[in-house]
Ligand binder design. Structure first.
Ligand code: ADP
Ligand code: MG
Length: 625
């Protein structure tokens, strides 16, 4: 697969003025914001020396919620209103959450449209709204540090996040009033922070073990360009699991029953985490814990015992490591370097086990807590247009295969996992019954063969197919995944041109009305904000449209367009670029419509070409670049 360098349209026209941009690591346990200041990416602190913002939101009976409590006592005092690890619930449906819910003290309620919410004294809040509080706190921190409003941010997500989880993250950013320049996979951000592309060519593994998620990515660097070969991971494995193992040991040692009240259990978790973090630097840890019956329990955990306890958890990270090597079609000996990311990689025995698995000494030089935010800040700085001449953008891959349901409840994959994005793939299907005039397109995500084993993303119907004998109609289904990993799907009956399509918004998601409603509720300058939001949406849309066209032109503009056609598209593109950053949303809208018209024919030809290529056994990408 070849790679292209994409130059970002947002960069032109450039001014000498420095634009305020930030990178945000929206973590399960801790969140950070970083920015490039004087050509140096730095994390922005809270003014009191703290850099990490604990991803904890405490709702109060009156007043706005408090974010980032460092005083763990609050968890003890008020577990039902103190929400942590909310990232684990992002984009999850009621069923998914039920599986996780027994690990958390909160009360989940099912709101309208099946979207889960967490009940607090201040009302019921969705995970998206809770995350938005964290983002707002980071936004405020960054704007104070940088002395003005942010123009855009890059937010990182685990490579393993599916479409729903990515969309939920974007919704949260929108609620927080942030303009998202790009979602970026966390391991990819770490690679940028290390500037690995500046170094030797080779294949590297990024091992990220945080508080709640594990990611492993294989990246290849050659000729100064990054390629993500494959990613794997586990979206429910991290330092929290280590805490739990230690907590169980503590309960057992201290003779406290698992039926102890929530406050007591949370306190045990707190001690477990303290012990774990201390054992990075020391060989043993002393406990002094008050039991529910008021008696004091004192005990000691030796590092060797600690390591025996946690080894099974660490071992669970090695299965995705094996899988990712298989997916990337490489041998462990092909890996040149291993980069450690995430707070849990501070644990010496994690470093040892990972080093042993990859047969090399892992990199630990950059603070593993900050490395993702720093990479995101570097990327945000480029995307916002502060780095003339540095146009290189990383290309990511989709984490899970995308396909549609075919007869018999089987999945036909249109885009296999680990395909580089942005990507467009089309495939032809036909009718099953004579005279069939409608067809349901059921979009699914996942690796399994049966639809029922995968995640259902969306369902829509193509109507108006002319009655024909079975198998005579040609229905072309097109999947397009944009640079953020978000999918749109369209279906078209080729003889009549009847077409229908959707942008896949996960069924849990907030409707536009809901977002707008919440925006109005949560912000004081309601009417201004609504029009600003509309403008931003158009700006983001314009950016995306330009990006898509540029990729398409680079891919097969040469092959499919005459000089006149190309000139027409270039003109429409330039017209959109000229108004893209202005504040006249109608002008942007008009320019986008014009660009759509100018490129309609080209899109058609690309689709045909891609089918042709598929039929003749070539991938579209092989012709590019
Ligand atoms: P996330 O990306 O999930 O927000 P982080 O990368 O911030 O997570 O890592 C948080 C995890 O790292 C927590 O489980 C925390 O207990 C753990 N951690 C932080 N410091 C240490 C340490 N010194 N030893 C072991 N684990 C640590
Ligand atoms: Mg992290």
């Amino acid at each position: 697969m070849s790679l292209m360098q994409i130059s970002e349209p947002g960069e032109a026209p450039r001014t000498a003025e420095h634009r305020r941009a930030a990178g945000i690591d929206l973590g399960t346990t801790n969140s950070l914001v970083a920015s490039v200041i004087d050509e140096q990416a730095v994390t922005l602190g809270d003014g009191q020396g703290g850099q990490l913002l604990p991803s904890v939101v405490r709702y109060l009976a009156s007043g706005s919620p408090r974010v980032g409590l460092t005083d763990q006592q609050f968890i003890h005092d008020d577990p039902l209103n103190t929400i942590s690890s909310v990232k684990r619930f992002m984009g999850r449906g009621v069923e998914d959450i039920r599986k996780l819910a027994d690990q958390f003290p909160y009360e989940f309620v099912r709101a309208e449209r099946g979207m889960p919410r967490i009940r607090t004294v201040a009302g019921d809040f969705s995970p998206v709204e809770v995350s938005a509080e964290i983002l707002k706190a980071l936004k405020t921190r960054a704007e104070q540090a940088l002395g003005g409003e942010l123009e855009g941010v890059v937010i990182t997500v685990p490579a393993y996040f599916d479409d729903a989880q990515r969309q939920a993250t974007k919704d949260a950013a929108q609620l927080a009033g942030l303009k998202v320049l790009r979602l970026l996979n966390e391991p990819t951000a770490a690679a940028i922070a290390y500037g690995l592309d500046q170094g030797a060519e080779g294949i590297h593994a990024i091992y990220d073990l945080g508080g709640g998620t594990f990611d492993i990515s294989i990246l290849r660097f050659s000729k100064g360009v990054f390629e993500v070969l494959a990613t794997a991971g586990d979206s429910a494995l991290g330092g929290d699991d280590i805490d739990r193992v230690i907590a169980e040991w503590l309960l057992d040692q201290a003779g406290i029953g698992a039926d102890a009240d929530q406050g007591c259990l949370q306190e045990i978790m707190y001690h477990a985490r303290k012990a774990k973090e201390a054992l990075t630097a020391q060989d043993s840890f002393a406990f002094s814990i008050e039991r529910p019956d008021g008696a004091l329990w004192q005990g000691r955990l030796e590092r060797v015992v600690f390591e025996d306890l946690i080894r099974p958890v660490i071992k669970r990270t090695l299965a995705p490591c094996k899988r990712v090597l298989r997916d990337a079609n490489i041998d462990v000996r092909d890996i040149c370097e291993v980069v450690m990311v995430g707070g849990s990689t501070r644990i010496p025995c994690v470093r040892d086990m990972v080093g042993a698995f990859f047969h090399c000494q892992p990199h630990v030089d950059i603070d593993p807590d900050k490395v993702v935010a720093i990479g995101a800040a570097i990327q945000a700085d480029i995307l916002v247009g502060n780095k003339p001449g540095d146009d290189m953008l990383l290309l990511d891959v989709i984490p899970l295969s995308l396909g549609i349901e075919t007869m018999g409840g089987l999945v036909e994959k249109l885009i296999p996992r680990n395909t580089t994005i942005p990507v467009t793939r089309a495939q032809k299907f036909t009718t099953f019954k004579d005279g069939q005039t409608a067809m349901v397109i059921h979009v699914v995500q996942g690796e399994r063969e049966l639809v029922s084993d995968n995640r259902s993303l969306a369902r829509f119907e193509l109507q108006g197919i002319p009655p024909m004998v079975a198998g005579a109609a040609h229905i072309q289904v097109t999947f397009q995944v944009d640079a953020d990993g978000l999918l749109s799907v369209s279906a078209r009956e080729l003889s009549t041109g009847v077409e229908t399509g959707i942008v896949v918004k996960p069924s849990y998601g907030l409707s536009e009305e809901e977002i707008e409603h919440m925006l109005r509720d949560s912000l004081t300058h309601a009417s201004d904000d609504v029009s600003i939001r509309r403008l931003r949406e158009y700006q983001v849309e314009a950016e995306r449209a330009i990006n898509v066209i540029q990729v398409a032109l680079a891919e097969n503009g040469e092959r499919l367009l005459s000089r006149e056609e190309r000139a027409r598209i270039d003109m429409a593109l330039a017209a959109l670029q000229a108004v893209q950053d202005g504040d006249d949303y109608l002008a942007i809208k008009q320019a986008m419509t014009n660009l759509d018209r100018a490129t309609a024919e080209f899109a058609e030809r690309r689709m045909n070409a891609s089918i042709h290529d598929a039929l003749t056994g070539h991938k579209v990408n092989e012709f590019s670049g």
